[in-house]
Design a protein around this ligand. Structure first.
Ligand code: GDP
Length: 213
């Protein structure tokens, strides 16, 4: 158990860039389709039962929710995407908020993009990766619900995503300095508590976590 991540505490939810906490220190954002397992992953990696419950509270689901680890470091839960039956105006608002956040937030050090291992790289996931490329932000893809596949099939799914990424890279190559090395990946299961150390190790690097060797 990593006590650093266990300290995470909700600070605030922002519906506009102006409502975000001061843009200093380091933060890492978590993005993914609704139902991908983002709340479960945040709870697992912070060793808390219901940290991310706040992000499911009506009124907060379309907000950027900030969690403090210490004075200089934060985890950020971005609104889940891909809801059915969401009005176009809300989708547009969501897009603008995220695009502004990605391009203008200096303290943002990296983005964890969660994808269900059974349905990775949807159109919206690719859009998210394109924004990261544009903002030259490093990405860690977390393939969630890995317990739903056998170990072999999970490995194959990861290789498949790697292959797709390599193919798509050409579309993003205009964003120089964002390439396959900007993207890391690991398997994750909140249910089996699998992959927690791997994601924490990546967060340590991005957040320059204290105590990192
Ligand atoms: P969110 O909408 O992205 O925050 O997703 P949740 O964390 O609320 O999870 C959505 C659904 O997926 C819930 O029914 C969870 O129980 C389930 N789920 C989340 N993580 C896992 C996992 O690691 N394995 C399995 N099998 N189910 C999971």
């Amino acid at each position: 158990m990593n006590p650093f991540y266990q300290r995470a505490q909700f600070i605030l939810g922002a519906a506009a860039l102006s409502q975000c906490p001061p843009d200093c220190g380091h933060e890492v954002a978590f993005a993914g389709r609704s139902n991908v397992g983002k709340s479960s992953a945040l709870n697992a990696l912070t060793h808390q039962r219901s940290l991310a419950r706040v992000s499911k509270t009506p009124g907060r689901t379309q907000q950027i929710n900030f969690f403090a680890l210490d004075q200089d470091r934060r985890l950020v839960d971005l609104p889940g995407y891909g809801f059915a039956n969401v009005p176009v105006s809300v989708k547009r608002q969501w897009g603008e908020l995220l695009e502004h956040y990605f391009s203008r937030r200096d303290s943002l050090r990296g983005v964890v993009v969660l994808m269900d291992i059974r349905h990775p790289m949807t159109d919206l996931d690719e859009k998210m990766l394109a924004w990261c490329a544009q903002a030259k932000l490093p990405v860690h893809i977390l393939l969630t619900k890995a317990d739903k596949l056998t170990r072999n099939h999970a490995q194959q799914a990861m290789q498949q995503v790697q292959k797709l990424l390599a193919e798509r890279m050409a579309d993003w190559s205009e964003h120089k300095a964002w390439n396959l090395e900007s993207v890391t990946m690991s398997l994750f299961s909140a249910l089996k508590q699998q992959g927690i150390t791997e994601i924490q190790t990546q967060l340590d690097v991005w957040l320059q976590a204290p105590g990192r060797p």
